[in-house]
Ligand binder design. Sequence first.
Ligand code: NAP
Length: 298
Amino acid sequence: MHDLLILGAGPAGLTAGIYGARGGLDTVIVEQKSFGGQASITPEIENFPGIQNIDGFTLTYNMQEQAKALGVSFVYDQVEAVVLEEEIKSVTTKNNGVIEAKTIIIACGAEARRLGVEGEIELIGKGVSYCATCDGRFFKNKPVAVVGGGNTAVEDALYLGNFASEVHLIHRRDTLRASKVLNDKLLSSNVKILWDSVVEGFEGNPLERLHIKNLKTNEMTSIDVSCLFVAVGQDPASSLFLDKLDNENGYILADENMATNIPGVFVAGDIRKTPLRQIITACADGAIAAESAIKYLM
Ligand code: NAP
């Protein structure tokens, strides 16, 4: 029986672990993939205070090491069921049985959203990717495209410019929602931007060509690419909790103490309804959630 069970080892979960352990709680983190979450695959982070520039893998690796050094234990396994309503909270994992704790912090983050174009799923690993940092180097000197207009899409396009022979950014509107810094970097780069455009179809397996539609003129064009990197946002990884926790469009609702509608159940990071999804805000959520768990146990 643990004091605190944290689901997710991204920046929110790792920070919650650090604060929980420092607060004297016997803390365990359960993570189904690898540490670091989405942040760990971010090539360059320039907005984490105190660190001018760092890659996401190093930053989150350091967070994990810090948590381990404080005595946090880690279980890498898939969670198949959760019990939240009882005084003792528990999760059933695929390979490690049931893990119990007096409090729980849900910090499962968000998952890459699919584009929803026919053939997309079949081409995953054969010309469709959701992670430029993971797969970009396979397309050295080859033409690639990114779809999306947010921070991730712009960062991916700039990053891919280091390897690819040419990079196209396909965005459905004529303005980006990415930050001004990234916007300016993109506009002064070699990335070719296709405004007001959507991907209508794929050709080749592995991928050879994209069919693109201009939404303003209805004109159809094709571009030769070896990979399409999809960066059209994320969906909260909250399906296990939606019948139990108040939420809005799948994002879990919490008060300023990160408390949900169930006593002893807290939430932190990108899975929460929040006005800003950044590493720094995920860390802040994690710290507050752990402090709330400590107070709940007093
Ligand atoms: P996002 O900000 O939600 O942007 C998603 C983009 O994809 C939008 O431009 C959207 O178009 C477009 N889109 C959505 N569905 C689409 C579809 N079906 N077809 C074509 N385009 C579609 O997602 P994100 O860029 O992954 O960022 C997620 C969060 O992480 C944000 O809060 C972001 O600020 C944060 N983040 C921050 C940094 C950083 O600060 N360095 C880096 C990465 C991510 P519209 O614009 O038309 O809606």
